[in-house]
Design a protein around this ligand. Structure first.
Ligand code: FAD
Length: 447
């Protein structure tokens, strides 16, 4: 039979790595980490593009400057990660229509305020309808500028509509990671604390890459884990850190199946798809300077290449633009060729900046939705949900403990959510192991 370890951690994203670190700190060294892909990091992932390092997944440290300190900001400071301050608030003054005109600031500010008021009203009526009061159906945005602002409010940050715990607890500022070593440098730093590493590479044979877990057989005595390549691993406990999208897919089967309360909670959580498309150009044709980092394209189709950012602040001298798509538009673009996407993006840029701008020389389109180890970008609990769903998603089933960004009550969807969830789950497991030991020694005394 295969060697048995105390704990198997499935997934080496930030939550799996922080979980491993806490186990090691508690003296639990005989762990195995099974990671499906060929690297650690999960949704924290850099790539080289246009001569610099770009973040395909998480890009910002969100929630900085408040009374409480964001633990990921602390990790970044300790390891000297290079970041730059991001200010979205000016984006509303850089809204282009399809003929390339910028909406006058008065019009933009007005539309913005209206959109916020409308969103607040809609939220209130949603809440009222939940308690049985019948309200007017929520009204919806119609004109291109209304649609663009609605997209920014709802698919990015809703802080103006409803308080978001990340900003309430840690502050309202956001910093873009702009470091050649990537956001993932934080994970390597963390791994160094408990895994054998040399020159930035992990050499520890407890970390097993390219191990796609397909089956978890669990009983009162332990868990047997089967991988796609036919390997079998056994442990007393499992920490499962795969994304909510993977839990909703059929990648991993459970024997016996997960109980109903668990699968129902997993189904209820929405998966957000968020895609940053990178474009490289021979030279800059967009405005730079203060207040110009973000700009918006207003189109009659909601979310059609709406949100743009230039990389001049992060990497001066680079000629890179980033456009962000979400959900339906993300899925549509993932399904088409990059050449088609490039043509669409160029059409939008020519609307904004005129027919004579140069073609992009390179494009990078991440595909988080079609990645079977991700199945989306992050969890998105319905605005009005009690904490029961996240509680159920997090609750252990026998010897299987759950972690990951989606198990964080206050910070789901964020890097710090994943980080804190890993710590939290490991602490619960350590406590459970202590109790198990106590039970065993009690029954031995009894014998
Ligand atoms: P993951 O990183 O997904 O780790 C899970 C691991 O499990 C992965 O490595 C995966 O390969 C592995 N796995 C999956 N299936 C199996 C299997 N069957 N067997 C073995 N291993 C498996 N957060 C922010 O704070 N700021 C941002 O700016 C931000 N922007 C984002 C932008 C994008 C495009 C995306 C995708 C995410 C963004 N996030 C952001 C969210 C943040 O990246 C995540 O919340 C966080 O990284 C999740 O970490 P995790 O450990 O929970 O999951």
């Amino acid at each position: 039979s295969p060697p048995r370890s105390s704990v198997i951690i499935i997934g080496a994203g930030i939550s799996g790595v922080s979980a491993g670190k806490v186990l090691a700190e508690n003296g639990i060294e005989d762990m195995v980490i099974l990671e499906a892909s060929d690297r650690i990091g999960g949704r924290i992932r850099k790539d080289n593009f246009g001569g610099v390092s770009v973040e395909l997944g998480a890009g910002w440290i969100a929630g900085v400057g408040g009374k409480e300190s964001n633990p990921v900001w602390e990790l970044a400071s300790q390891s000297g990660l290079r970041t730059c301050f991001s200010d979205y608030s000016n984006a509303r003054y850089n809204i282009y229509d399809r003929s390339g005109k910028i909406y006058p600031s008065g019009v933009a500010a007005d539309s913005y305020k209206k959109a916020v008021d409308l969103a607040i009203e809609n939220l209130k009526s949603l809440e009222a309808n939940l308690v049985g009061e019948v309200n007017e159906p929520p009204s919806s945005p119609k004109t291109p500028i209304e649609l663009a602002i609605d997209f920014i409010l709802h698919d990015f940050e809703m802080a103006e509509v409803e308080p978001i715990s990340t900003f309430v607890d840690f502050g309202e500022r956001e910093f873009l990671v702009a470091d050649e070593r990537g956001y993932e440098h934080l994970l390597y730093k963390m791994a160094e604390n408990f895994l054998l590493t040399s020159e930035g590479k992990i050499l520890d044979n407890r970390l097993k890459l390219n191990k796609v877990v397909r089956e978890l057989q669990h009983s009162r005595n332990g868990v047997v884990v089967k991988t796609e390549d036919g390997c079998i691993y056994e442990a007393n406990y499992v920490i499962l850190s795969v994304s909510i999208g993977v839990l909703q897919s059929d990648l991993i089967s459970f024997r016996p199946p997960l109980p109903r309360w668990k699968t129902e909670a997993i189904e209820k959580c929405d998966v957000m798809v968020y895609t940053k498309i990178f474009l490289n150009f021979p030279y800059k044709f967009w405005p730079c300077g203060p207040g110009k980092e973000f700009f918006i394209y207003a189109h009659e189709r909601r979310g059609y290449y709406t949100f743009w950012q230039h990389m001049e602040n992060a990497y001066p001298g680079s000629n890179i633009l980033v456009v962000t798509l979400t959900n339906g538009e993300s899925k549509r673009v993932e399904a088409q060729s990059d050449k088609e996407t490039l043509e669409e993006a160029m059409g939008v840029l020519r609307d904004m900046f005129g027919p004579h701008i140069p073609n992009a020389t390179d494009i990078l389109v991440p595909r988080w939705w079609n990645n079977r180890f991700q199945r989306g970008s992050y969890s998105n609990y319905p605005i009005i949900s009690d904490n029961q769903d996240v509680h159920d998603i997090k609750a252990p089933v026998g010897r299987i403990f759950f972690t990951g960004e989606h198990t964080s009550e206050r910070f789901s969807g964020y890097v710090h959510g994943g980080y804190l969830a890993g710590i939290d789950t490991s602490n619960s497991l350590v406590e459970e192991m202590r109790k198990e030991k106590e039970r065993k020694s009690e029954s031995q005394t009894f014998l």
